[in-house]
Design a protein around this ligand. Structure first.
Ligand code: AMP
Ligand code: ZN
Length: 117
């Protein structure tokens, strides 16, 4: 497992830092966002340290599939399947990324606006 000791999500994955973990398996975890932007705001995170979407290697091509399977499952668990929800990946400075460890935002429980800011 690739780890960066200075990375907050790596530290959550290794249980050095606490978080509200709502799903976990060998490779993936999902946590409640500490600063929620919607009634449901979860982060689905590979445990391995991959800084951004652009850094997903060719050998990890199935990773996004797996992350989206977890998104689907959590959306169903939280009762979002029918009304809908939004999945966001911020990538790099212009994309508004603030934590440089790949994560998908699952946002739901209110009507989303378009375009996003
Ligand atoms: P992004 O701007 O896409 O990089 O999103 C980073 C997200 O991580 C933000 O929504 C933060 O509120 C969230 N966040 C930062 N630190 C923590 C933490 N320790 N536990 C849970 N969520 C966090
Ligand atoms: Zn990390």
């Amino acid at each position: 497992m690739n780890r960066d000791p200075g990375c907050i999500f790596c530290r959550i994955a290794s249980k050095e830092v606490g978080a509200k973990i709502v799903y976990e398996d060998e490779k993936i975890m999902a946590v409640e966002d500490v600063n929620p932007q919607a009634p449901v705001h979860l982060l689905v995170i590979p445990k391995s340290h991959i800084p951004t979407l652009q850094d997903i290697g060719d050998e990890e091509s199935g990773l996004m599939d797996t992350l989206f399977q977890v998104i689907k499952r959590l959306a169903k668990d939280r009762g979002l399947s029918e009304k809908g929800y939004r999945v966001v990946v911020n990538c790099g400075p212009a994309g508004g990324q603030t934590v440089y460890h790949l994560h998908l935002h699952l946002l739901g429980g209110r009507n989303m606006k378009w375009p996003p800011g």
